[in-house]
Write a protein that binds this ligand. Sequence first.
Ligand code: PLP
Length: 398
Amino acid sequence: FLTDFTENELKSCVNQAYDEKFESSEIAPLVQAGNTNFLELYHGRTAAFKDMALSLLPHLLIMAIAKEKENKKTAILTATSGDTGKAALEGFANVPGTEIIVFYPQEGVSQIQQQQMVTQEGSNTHVFGILGNFDDAQRAVKEIFNDQSLARYLAAKGFQLSSANSINIGRLVPQVAYYFWAYIKLLQKGSLKPGERMNVVVPTGNFGNILAAWYAREIGLPVHRFICASNRNNVLTDFLNTGVYNAQRPFFVTSSPSMDILISSNLERLLFHLSGGDGENIASWMNALESGKQYQVNDKTRRGLLDFTGGYATEEETRSTLGAVYRETGYLMDPHTAVACKVYQDYLHKTTDVTPTVIASTASAYKFSETVLESLGIPVAPDGFKAVHSLFQATGVP
Ligand SMILES: *Cc1c(COP(=O)(O)O)cnc(C)c1O
């Protein structure tokens, strides 16, 4: 990856990205609760895992622009289900030569997520709530990217477009690294011997985070199973069980809004790799998805998917798991991580797999304080900010 960057250039980008902006000196601590390992990816500025990649992406982009001697301004278009938007705004605010434009579903993000975005500072930041869901936002942004005449028009005005979504490979590459880090931590704890495999459980929306884990394995990380956890919008669970991707279904707004997605973009990348780079087939499936809302993969691709297990958690299961884990171990999760935890518990019931396992913990519980308080059985005032204080009073978790 990024072979046109020198090692020193990469180091310089990395050192600028991962500093005291993260509240943990380890950046991504691996925390054990009961017999489960949580890889906490939310200690950056916006309290969700998007900071892991979006702290680095602006530095890579600026470096690339300089190396290419590119003199156009870069306009970064971003669709968000709640967390990418703020992390991208933070990452690109006041970065010279860039404008950052974010579209979020007006009715589909938490109060704190919305306030984080609309109060963003910076002379180059732009935020829009849209009447639609994340899929609508992402579809529109992709259409803009594919519009050649618009690209020519913008070029004449001195602009080029880029993306802060995980369709940008600069989002995925930084995410590969923390799966190696988690493995090293398991080695150090004595949970694994070198070469032994681990499982990963990832609460999944746009399929970026779990695809990064798959890239890690392609590079050599010993991973046994990829457990793909969804909320009620369980299109991926059905896909992994049947080989049919069917987006013709109701869209639900859930307590894990960053996973409220029916068109999971990065799945296209995985299918491309698994099919042996069969671009024609992939294009026909994606066209079928666009025109008829569904497609079925061929046997070869299906075999490649056998290392993935799909599962989902209902709203009720998410809350009860969040509450039970806190009561039993004192570990406080956000609703997205609770979805992953529940799906992992189901996996353990169904299999006898004792492989050491890492659950990606993708947001701070405080980002979703109201849902977390409800799950703990504590009365909630209908205000996300008051709920933050109540949650701290009730749990003492920093
Ligand atoms: C974005 C996000 C996810 C989903 O990650 P993908 O890479 O889109 O699959 C899960 N949890 C949280 C808190 C997120 O912000």
